[in-house]
Design a protein around this ligand. Structure first.
Ligand SMILES: Cc1ncc(COP(=O)(O)O)c(C=O)c1O
Length: 371
């Protein structure tokens, strides 16, 4: 019997692997009668802050709002500039604009595919207020260097950790370097809810308090808005599910890295370039992204063998209609543009069986040897 098609991600398999505990946790919430911002949310916030290594965690409705609210809570104002990358999910840039600020793009380092910190000071202007590095695919950005540049120039750092839950650099988890950091719990993420969810972590009691007000209409006292806010609350069911999954996250990430290692051995050939192993970092391996100049042919070949692939992303943000021609810095992103011609994501989730991993490795090796 042939093996079923292997998708790039499988939130269903993750549910099935912890079904009993998740069903029990959901049922407990259903019978509790409290569905929004209750005990599950409070416990998850404590547990997640401990896991990352920050003093505070404030849950919100999704990762995009986590970024937007983190910027606002750190004092970013309408018209301020925020330096970031175009090689990211559109959400990063949408969040900056949602906060009323203006994104400014700099290029990436082609090895890590994260922000090239040596370009930051070239774009700093009198309007620059913050730097927003993205730990893309789970690869930590160069946080020590970025934070030092921010310190020297009086800027705030907000980390986009949406794809890097549990990743480390210099033995510290990402999310502990900036003034605040945003996470997404979208179902396919390393720590995924069964619906939307997100959070902001910070060491600052002021930022944490401001976030708690902003996520609920600016309330400090119930029904009394002391400032403008919005509704960005996490529900109890999602928090209960995340509490079931969090204790397994480190071991899930170890499994992801082991799968990545097998793939990288199989593609040890010039026609496919595996992700570059950046020293002193534990990659969260949210996505395993190769580079291949014959991408359409490889995609077809893998599809015929029952293996899914995807593009993260089909276009850089500055190449998409909503942003084209209007973001400062877009005219000089050669490394970003070159990368987009070649990237391809392979299946990556901890529930992939050894047999599936070997099938993918065999297909990659066959394609390489046919070149
Ligand atoms: C890099 C990055 N930033 C932000 C987000 C936004 O997260 P969400 O989908 O939970 O709004 C995502 C998720 O898609 C992401 O990959």
């Amino acid at each position: 019997m042939s093996m079923p098609f292997i998708p790039v991600a499988s939130p269903l398999k993750q549910y099935q692997s912890r079904k009993h505990a998740i069903d029990e946790a959901v049922e407990k919430v259903l019978y509790s009668g409290r569905y929004i911002l209750g005990e599950e949310v409070a416990c998850f916030e404590r547990e997640f802050a401990d896991f990352i290594g920050t003093r505070h965690c404030v849950t919100v409705a999704n990762g995009t709002e986590a970024l937007c609210l983190a910027l606002l809570a750190c004092g970013v104002c309408p018209g301020d500039e925020v330096i970031t990358v175009s090689h990211t999910a559109v959400a990063t840039v949408a969040a900056i604009e949602l906060a009323g600020a203006m994104p400014v793009f700099i290029d990436i380092d082609p090895c890590s595919r994260c922000m090239d910190h040596s370009l930051i000071e070239r774009v700093i202007s009198s309007r620059t207020r913050a730097i927003l590095p993205v730990h893309i695919y789970g690869q930590p950005a160069r946080m020590h260097e970025i934070c030092e540049i921010a310190r020297k120039n009086g800027l705030t750092v907000v980390e986009d950790c949406a794809q890097a839950c549990g990743a480390r650099t210099s033995n510290r988890k990402v999310g502990t370097f900036g003034h605040a950091a945003a996470f997404s719990f979208y179902p396919t993420k390393n720590l995924g809810a069964i619906g939307d969810g997100g959070c902001v972590v910070t060491d600052s009691p002021e930022v944490s308090e401001k976030l708690r007000a902003l996520r609920e209409y600016g309330w400090k006292e119930r029904y009394i808005s002391s400032e403008q806010g919005m509704n960005s609350r996490m529900d109890e069911i999602q928090a209960a599910i995340l509490r079931v999954k969090l204790p397994f996250l480190d071991e899930d990430n170890v499994r992801r890295r082991a799968i990545a290692e097998r793939y990288s051995q199989a593609v040890d050939n010039l026609s496919i370039i595996p992700p570059y192993p950046v020293p002193d970092t534990d990659h969260a391996m949210h996505l395993y992204v190769i580079e291949c100049s014959e991408r359409p042919s490889l995609q077809d070949f893998l599809k015929e063998r029952g293996i899914g692939t995807a593009l993260h992303y089909p276009r850089a943000v500055h190449q998409q209609g909503a942003y084209e021609g209007r973001i400062r810095g877009s005219e000089s992103l050669p490394a970003t543009e070159e990368l987009y011609e070649r990237i391809l994501s392979l299946p990556m989730y901890p529930e992939l069986s050894d047999t599936e991993v070997e099938k993918i490795c065999a297909a990659l090796a066959d394609w390489c040897s046919s070149r």
